[in-house]
Design a protein around this ligand. Sequence first.
Ligand SMILES: Nc1nc2c(ncn2[C@@H]2O[C@H](COP(=O)(O)OP(=O)(O)OP(=O)(O)O)[C@@H](O)[C@H]2O)c(=O)[nH]1
Ligand SMILES: [Mg+2]
Ligand SMILES: [Zn+2]
Length: 340
Amino acid sequence: MPTPQQSDGATRRALVAGLFGAYYHVIPLADVPSAVGSKRLLAKTRGKLRIDYREKNEGYNKLRESLLSIGDIVAIADDVKNTETCVITGVEPRRNAIHRASFGRQQCLAANVDGVVVMTSVAAPDFNLGFAERCLAEINIAGVDVFVIANKCDLVTEITDNLEEIFSWYERIGIAVFRESLLQKQSKALQERLARGTWLLLGQSGTGKSTLLNKILGADLQVVGDVSLIQKGRHTTTNPALFASAAHPDLALIDVPGLREFGLHHREPTELRTGYPDFMALQCRFENCLHLNEPGCGVKAALANRDLPEFRYRSYVGLLDTVNEHFKPRKGDYWRGIRK
Ligand SMILES: Nc1nc2c(ncn2[C@@H]2O[C@H](COP(=O)(O)OP(=O)(O)OP(=O)(O)O)[C@@H](O)[C@H]2O)c(=O)[nH]1
Ligand SMILES: [Mg+2]
Ligand SMILES: [Zn+2]
């Protein structure tokens, strides 16, 4: 294990398990991997922590509000001025991290995870292909295990052919899809897949992430929302946090507030290639082929032969377009920028 940066004497290792504005909840690592019932301490950072943010665009994304993310391993020390809190003095390098770009900022959603669950629903809200595709691309680029849940199957008499085409393509390229009605009961296969490890639950608001968390962990740990309020833009889960329960001591689930946007502006165009394992399996004449108009492109050939579904290629080209855009400053950032 790498040693924490900037540690100063009497520090302990701890896991970041909750974010509350400028404050964090941390679990001392002597209590982990079973994060169950462990005492969560209130912590704040001291000084500047050096974190690998994948800074593609200099400037605006340096103005992030929260620096650490759930899953970070930090060094903590007692706060001599305040016995209620402890101070975070250092952070260890991340084994992996899932980022997204949203409203001109990049954000690390979780670090050091064993896998990501892409939570979708077949109705209320409708399946959002772009969102799912962008999540899958980011997770593949990050090199993290992933599967998809198609939730709320109880709301439809059958899954449309369009959706089935998408799901069966995912299954063909090795991304399992669990068709679930989590409000009733989770499938045995899903319960087995989520038996151990630290998993990030990723999905739009109202798809059932908190419902899944409560069902899998077997306890009412997270508040479940009312879809009508979610449609009005109210998210039920407001703070990202890591959950565990005594019934499943080897498992931890990370629930994050319902995401509206999942951009990949923080990624380079050439990195996007690795977000599509099915494209990587095809032979292109050029090693760095972006599959646009290059000669000898295996992806374009597969598309013409109908060996590759169109939705996949369309989502890739759309994504490539957006990563070439730059972050746009938010109003507050702009003013802060020119006053200096
Ligand atoms: N019909 C049906 N409703 C479900 C199912 N799973 C969850 N719901 C309902 O969908 C609504 C939203 O579920 P949540 O678990 O709060 O969704 P969430 O993804 O955590 O939403 P945010 O916290 O806003 O991100 C709740 O009213 C759930 O009861 C399901 O399988 N079928
Ligand atoms: Mg929730
Ligand atoms: Zn190509």
